[in-house]
Design a protein around this ligand. Structure first.
Ligand SMILES: Nc1ncnc2c1ncn2[C@@H]1O[C@H](COP(=O)(O)OP(=O)(O)OP(=O)(O)O)[C@@H](O)[C@H]1O
Length: 373
């Protein structure tokens, strides 16, 4: 188990009682402002001393209040990347990066400088000062500095929150590479469902200091009711699809998923690339018959596997489309009028334009390289 957390902590009027486990390579902590995300990462890193807790990272117990275990923060081997990079302004990028190593004993140093630099694409920045870098470049350097201290876990507390969308898109591929090739598990605090859909392998959803859901990203994201505050319209299924071909004439790309083929606006990825695709529940319409004369390009046949009654006017209809889980958020009235029930064959219709390029990420690779030189 990468992360095993059980914390009870009173902070003024706020009570945190969070318990979860994760063995994901990138665990996202999601929840509205004030739900306790930062308090959790602070307790893991040692910045907050919880009242009662047991926290283990990769099997190593960092805190166990019952046994009076409280590993000092400099011995925890936790890398921390803050919202703003907090680089040393008077040092070059190279020296900012090397600073991360000074706290690691020589015989414990495993992360290779060149490998980290290559992974984050910062080789051309090494002689520059932080003041000359863009926000996204600063964050990549901050991540590199944390990695070079050879952490057992990398905590990122909204590392992209101060960046605009263009800068975020620039940095996502590096975080994907870090997740797939970095060899260090990551905990990412995020407010954005699109970001989580793109990057996370596991998700923990918090509300008012409690864990309301946790598990593999694809499992958690398809239950839209967990995302009522802020993310409801963003939640949906995560499926894996391969780039099949590009259609230059119409500027479309065809993707092959287990559920069928999907046409999306032209993507830059080469044929054969494996992608994770988010299908937002709100973008899916259900039909009992195969539609004809429709302008939507994507129709996936499937069966209803369950109907989640979340209360209110809408329900989540969970589908099995050729082995891919798909979820449609429809009105309770449609469920009644169409006679939707488990086992019924339906067609899920998705507009091609509904695919959000922000949330289209490269799927994790099987051959994980370690951070060894
Ligand atoms: N030192 C403190 N004393 C009293 N209350 C605190 C203290 N620090 C945080 N809190 C409260 O604890 C709660 C949880 O805060 P926390 O920062 O963990 O939330 P969060 O989910 O990270 O929020 P955000 O997304 O806004 O960063 C909030 O209600 C906050 O006001």
């Amino acid at each position: 188990m990468i992360l095993d957390v059980d914390i009870r902590h009173q902070q003024g009027a706020f009570a945190l009682h969070a318990r979860f486990q994760s063995d994901g390579k990138l665990t996202a902590l999601f929840g509205p402002s004030g739900s306790g995300k930062t308090t959790i990462v602070n307790a893991v890193s040692g910045l907050v001393q919880p009242d009662h807790a047991r926290i283990a990272v990769q099997g190593r117990v960092l805190v166990d209040t019952k046994k009076s275990i409280d590993v000092p923060k400099h011995r925890r081997r936790i890398g921390y990347v803050f919202q703003e990079g907090r680089l040393f302004p008077h040092l070059s990028v190279r020296h900012n990066l090397l600073f991360g190593r000074w706290f690691t004993q020589r015989n414990e140093r495993k992360a290779g400088f060149d490998h980290v630099v290559e992974l984050l694409g910062i080789g051309h920045l090494l002689d520059r000062r932080p003041s000359t870098l863009s926000g996204g470049e600063k964050q990549r350097v901050a991540i590199g500095r944390a990695l070079l201290a050879d952490p057992q876990l990398l905590l990122m507390d909204e590392p992209l929150a101060s960046l605009d969308d263009a800068r975020k898109s620039e940095i996502y591929p590096y975080i994907e590479r870090l997740r797939d090739q970095g060899g260090v598990p990551i905990v990412l605090v995020s407010h954005s469902v699109a970001e989580i859909a793109r990057l996370a392998t596991s998700v923990v959803v918090l509300s008012e200091g409690r864990v309301v859901a946790s598990g593999p990203a694809a499992e958690v994201l398809r239950h839209t009711n967990f995302f009522e505050q802020g993310g409801l319209t963003e939640a949906g299924a995560l499926i894996e699809a391969r780039v099949l071909r590009h259609d230059e004439r119409y500027e479309l790309t065809e993707l092959q998923a287990r559920a069928g083929t999907l046409s999306v606006p032209r993507l830059p990825h080469p044929v054969g690339t494996s992608l994770r695709v988010r299908l937002r529940a709100r973008d899916i319409i259900l039909s009992l018959r195969a539609p004809e004369g429709l302008s939507a390009l994507n129709v996936l046949p499937g069966f209803i596997s369950s109907i989640d009654e979340a209360g209110g006017a809408s329900v989540d209809v969970q589908l099995d489309c050729g082995g891919d889980p798909v979820v449609a958020r429809v009105t309770r009235r449609s469920v009644e009028e169409l006679g939707l029930k488990s086992g019924l064959a339906v067609h899920a219709i998705i507009k091609s334009i509904a695919f959000d390029p922000e949330a289209l990420g490269v799927a994790g690779q099987k051959n994980i390289r370690n951070l060894r030189p």
